[in-house]
Ligand binder design. Structure first.
Ligand code: PEP
Ligand code: MN
Length: 337
């Protein structure tokens, strides 16, 4: 529920109100603006009689949050969440571009690609070391060695790194090597994993599952935030529909919808949505125009030889063209890229 306090409220009265709420076992989130002061009250408020709070003279009004997601909810925090990853700000008025190969294949491969994408304006390096593959016979990733490669190259080019974690067993290694932990589409509802990630402070890039509703996705973010980790970045990567021309269907409506429902940043992955490199530019530009806070794009210098997702990986030259257009679109919609 949300408790709005009168502008003229006496500090002592507010303190008594907050102590009262805490004594009921609720957690309080503060949100101040120039003309308002609002407290988000999270916990099992269902059986709590909200009218009782009007006994406190400082209370202007109390509303229940109908949605099942609370900490994620824009009603609790009206301003955009901005996540700082080693000085790079995700959210607010920024468009952050993350780029790199689908899979880490070797030190040389990541070095070549990082050098290219960095020079073209990407600020965060992506790469998968643990790969969720449909076939057990497909390349499964380089594992910890892959994370070490990403770290080394990330440091070389001064780029934070994002990589996918598949199970709780490797959390310590990810905390050690990685700046943003990616939860893949297939793990969006791995609640045991989400609960563990809630105990960290490392930012989490939470992909939407390909058959999950927006509400289910926000509830997964709620799992992480309710555990205490407020650094959640939502990532739309396409959902499964009846359309076979694309690998998935990019649900671009998530951008305005999630922005309305939540204060968390939204990043778009056009590569996994499209499944084809020649669609990636259009989807990227549309996403920026639609208000996305960032993009995560697969780039490979030799896509025909890529160990995974070569068909959807851009060559550096194409990535450069995309970046030039992306800058123009970002500027047109008043965003910094
Ligand atoms: C990836 O980023 O390479 C990946 C496997 O993503 P997703 O979970 O969206 O399929
Ligand atoms: Mn991939």
């Amino acid at each position: 529920m949300i408790v709005k306090v009168k502008r003229t409220a006496d500090e002592l009265e507010v303190k008594q109100l907050l102590e009262h709420l805490e004594s009921k076992g609720f957690e309080i989130h503060t949100s101040f603006g120039d003309s308002y002061r609002v407290y988000g009250v999270v916990g099992d408020t269902a059986s709590f009689d909200i009218r009782s709070l009007y006994a406190f003279p400082c209370v202007e009004n109390v509303i229940r949050i109908q949605e099942p997601f609370k900490k994620v909810n824009r009603k609790i925090k009206s301003e955009d969440t901005i996540i700082d990853v080693k000085g790079i700000k995700i959210g607010g008025n920024n468009v952050v571009v993350m780029a790199g190969p689908c899979s880490v294949e070797s030190l040389e491969q990541v070095d070549i690609i990082a050098n290219e994408v960095k020079s073209m304006g990407a600020t965060i390096l992506r790469g998968g070391a643990f790969k969720p593959r449909t076939s057990p016979y497909a390349f499964q990733g380089m594992g910890i060695e892959g994370l070490q490669i990403l770290r080394e190259i990330g440091d070389k080019y001064n780029m934070p790194i994002v990589s996918e974690l598949m199970d709780t067993e490797h959390i310590d290694a990810f905390v050690k090597y990685v700046d943003i932990i990616q939860v893949g589409a297939r793990n969006m509802q791995n609640f045991a994993l989400l609960k563990e990630l809630g105990k960290l402070s490392t930012p989490i890039l939470l992909k939407r599952g390909f058959s999950n509703t927006i509400e289910e996705w926000l509830m997964s973010a709620e799992y992480i935030m309710s555990g205490g980790n407020d650094n959640v970045i939502l990532c739309e990567r396409g959902i499964r529909t009846f359309e076979p021309y694309t690998r998935n269907t990019l649900d671009i409506s998530t951008i305005p919808l999630v922005k309305k429902l939540s204060h968390l940043p939204v990043v778009i992955d056009p590569s996994h949505a499209a499944g084809k490199w020649d669609l990636v530019e259009s989807l990227s530009l549309a996403s920026i125009a639609g208000g996305a806070d960032g993009l995560i794009i697969e780039v490979h210098h030799e896509p025909e030889k890529a160990f995974s997702d070569g068909a959807q990986s851009l060559k550096p030259k194409k990535f450069k063209e995309l970046m030039l257009k992306a800058e123009a679109v970002a500027k047109a919609v008043g965003k910094n890229i």
